[in-house]
Every structure is written in structure tokens, then in C-alpha cells.
Write a protein that binds this ligand. Structure first.
Ligand SMILES: [Zn+2]
Length: 409
């Protein structure tokens, strides 16, 4: 007996074994899917079930011909922080300059101060509230970066909160150490000393406590230079931690090539990526993580080079980039729509970005992102006419049910 069987359901499996030149979603109409011990144990057309549903599983759910997709993967978030920046958003629109707000201690420094001042319990409570909204939108896996603590003590605190979410909510978390997010105010004028502290003190301790699954750095003229990022990546690689990078968001610093040199899991933003870097990413298997929420919110006009990613077969992932400064986005279907409207992805490319490619960017492509036997039973059910409709609505579609590791919410 299987634990649970869902039948009378259309499946967008996203699985290579079902994808055809005319069906990029790998659809199975009038399908069924079963789970035991948290894993998918059977996927196919309902008519091919080996027996009557009630003879096959302890629990049977008839899904009224809704569509099922893999649980969505949000592979780039800054979910754990304290403080509120909506006031800055309003003030900027009322005419106050960003520089003036920064002089008054606003911007990222405001989030760093509020996050340092917040207790671990308070941060967890805030993160749970945001994550619940993400889950209600169909997400089952979230990558969470640190990067608003910027001291060893505070970065450890953020990473522990990220890890703790898994104990409080039905969600899988991948934590990323982003100590190289911004220069902390106490290091003003001493950036090199901060990078040394990152490499010599923070990274080894975080690795020892096994609090990070990967290491990220913000490579940009306003953040860290390619040379500094290289130092951080060398240290991470020595500690067997995979890397990812905030790359070429506001200018071309050739950071995609740098990412590829370190076999980065993903290079994220990538609006200004150059073709040499894109070819290197293709060879290294690095995902291009597109973040249309930030593109939209900062009113960027330089589109990422989507056609070059297509030509060189660099997989394109999608994520919310949920953060208080540049992407107050929690909902992955909103991201699907933005990717299609603003960046001209096809709905199928968008859904792959939020499932199979997101999984690849977290190095979990053998466990999640597909509806296929032996994969984790992470499934989201949607009241739509087909998987393309998920990219169509702006806030107009929410899941009717969500399954995480075989358990239905
Ligand atoms: Zn980010």
C-alpha cells in the first residue's frame, strides 16, 4: 500500500522523460501520482494504475482535474532580517534622495542595524511570517542568505534562524553565507581588513558549525571587487563549500567568468553579463538566476541577455530575491509573470526556472524540481487550465493544496 494517492489530476511533471518538442512541461493529462515515506513512488496516467485507487493507497485524494506541478523552488532570498524599509520607499517617491536617506542611516545600513539589534527569536518570528506567505504561493524549497549581520556573531544568528525554519514550517531550506553583502560601517575605509576577517575567521567557523550550504558574494563596484570575491571563493572552496554570486547586476565586472572558474552553482541577476562569461557558465554548469522582482523594483532597463543564455544553453532560474531594499516579493507566481512580461521568457521557461533549474542552483536536482519516481513528494496543486496560466496572472492564482515530503498541508 502506498501512503497517499492523488488522482483525477493533470500533471506538469517537468521531467525530461516526459518532455517532447511540443510539450516543454512533460504533461500527463488525467494522471495520478502516489507517495510513500515522503517520496514519489508512482507517476502516470490514471488509466494505467495497477488497481483501484482504494486498493493502492491508505489515503486517496480526487483532485477534480486541477493541475499539479513540482513544489516551487525559490533559490535566491534574503528572508531573514528585521526592520521596515517601506518608509524609505514612500519618502523616495515623495522626493527625498537616496543619498539623503543613506546619510540619515537608511538603506542597507538600516536593515543591518535593525537585524543586529533583533533577538534570534524575533528574527525567527519575522522570517516565519514571510515564509508562510511564500508557502501559500506554492513554494516548498527556499534558499536563504545571511548578509544583514556582517559580524561573526550576527551572521551565525541569521544562519541559525534560516536553518530553524525547517523545524517550524513544512519547507526545505538551503542556507547561504553572504558575509560579502556590504561593508559593515565599522570597517569603513578598511575593506581589505573585512575581507580578511571573512576569510580567516567567519568562513571557517561557519563551515565548522555546518550552518551554510553555500557561500555567496556581491561582486559590484559598490560592494566587493572581483579580486576580493576571488579570495572569498578560494577560502570557501578549501572548506568544500560551493559558491554562488551576485553578478553583473549594475555593470559588467566579468563576474560570470569568475563564477564559472569556481564552478559556481549560480550567477544571479546577470543583467550586464558578457558573452565570454556566458560561455564559461555553460561549460561550468552554472545557472543564470534571473531576479525580475529586483529588475522591476529598481526600474532597471538593461535586460539580461536572455538570447545568449538560450544560444549557449545556460539554464535560467527564477527567484523572488525577497529583500527589504530592492525586491519586496514573496510570491513565485508573481515572479513567473514578471519574467514573462519584463524579460520575455516563455511560460515554460519560467516554470522550469522555478522548478528544475531552481533545484539545480541548489544542487538538489536529483531530489526536487520534478514529478518523477524517487523524487521528494513536493507537489503544488493549482486551479488553472494549464501550466502556462501560472505565468499569466498577477496575484490571481493561488494553490488549492500543497504537499511537502508527502504530507498535504
Ligand atoms: Zn540578492
Amino acid at each position: 500500500m502506498w501512503d497517499t494517492l492523488w488522482t483525477d489530476v493533470h500533471l506538469a511533471t517537468m521531467a525530461p522523460s516526459h518532455i517532447t518538442p511540443t510539450d516543454p512541461y512533460g504533461c500527463i493529462k488525467n494522471g495520478a501520482i502516489a507517495a510513500s515515506d515522503g517520496k514519489i513512488v508512482w507517476v502516470g496516467a490514471a488509466i494505467d494504475l495497477p488497481d483501484l485507487p482504494q486498493n493502492l493507497a491508505r489515503q486517496v485524494h480526487h483532485m477534480a482535474h486541477q493541475w499539479a506541478t513540482p513544489g516551487l523552488v525559490d533559490a535566491h532570498t534574503h528572508l531573514v532580517y528585521a526592520g521596515d524599509r517601506s518608509n524609505e520607499f514612500a519618502r523616495r517617491l515623495e522626493g527625498t534622495s537616496y543619498q539623503q536617506i543613506a546619510r540619515e542611516g537608511g538603506g542597507i545600513n538600516a536593515t543591518v542595524s535593525a537585524t543586529r539589534a533583533a533577538s534570534e527569536e524575533a528574527l525567527l518570528e519575522l522570517a516565519i511570517k514571510r515564509a508562510k506567505r511564500m508557502l501559500a504561493g506554492g513554494t516548498t524549497t527556499i534558499e536563504i542568505k545571511s548578509g544583514y549581520g556582517l559580524t561573526l556573531h550576527d551572521e551565525l544568528k541569521l544562519l541559525r534562524v534560516g536553518r530553524a525554519l525547517e523545524k517550524h514550517l513544512p519547507v526545505r531550506v538551503h542556507t547561504t553565507f553572504l558575509g560579502a553583502h556590504a561593508l559593515p560601517p565599522e570597517y569603513t575605509g578598511r575593506q581589505d581588513a573585512y575581507v580578511s576577517a571573512l576569510v580567516e575567521e567567519m568562513l571557517p567557523r561557519i563551515a565548522e558549525e555546518k550552518l551554510a550550504d553555500s557561500v555567496d558574494a556581491f561582486c559590484e563596484s559598490i560592494a566587493f571587487s572581483p579580486h576580493e570575491v576571488e579570495r572569498i571563493f578560494e577560502a570557501a572552496t578549501k572548506l568544500n563549500l560551493p559558491v554562488r554570486i551576485h553578478a553583473d547586476q549594475m555593470s559588467d565586472s566579468n563576474s560570470c567568468a569568475l563564477a564559472a572558474r569556481f564552478m559556481a552553482l549560480s550567477a544571479d541577476h546577470v543583467e550586464y553579463a558578457n558573452e565570454g562569461g556566458i560561455k564559461a557558465m555553460a561549460a561550468a554548469g552554472t545557472v543564470a538566476m534571473l531576479l525580475p522582482g529586483a529588475f522591476y523594483f529598481i526600474r532597471e532597463t538593461k535586460l539580461p541577455p536572455i538570447d545568449l543564455f538560450r544560444i549557449h544553453k545556460v539554464p535560467m532560474g527564477l527567484a523572488t530575491d525577497c529583500n527589504p531594499g530592492t525586491s519586496p516579493v514573496l510570491d513565485m507566481t508573481t515572479v513567473l509573470n514578471m519574467a514573462c512580461t519584463l524579460m520575455r521568457l516563455t511560460p515554460a521557461e519560467a516554470l522550469h526556472g522555478a522548478t528544475t533549474v531552481g533545484a539545480q542552483a541548489l544542487n538538489m536536482q536529483k531530489d526536487i524540481g520534478l514529478l518523477q519516481e524517487s523524487y521528494s513528494a513536493d507537489i503544488t496543486f493549482w486551479p488553472v487550465s494549464g501550466p502556462h496560466e501560472l505565468s499569466y496572472w498577477i496575484g490571481g492564482v493561488t494553490p488549492t493544496a500543497r504537499v511537502f515530503k508527502g504530507q498535504m498541508d
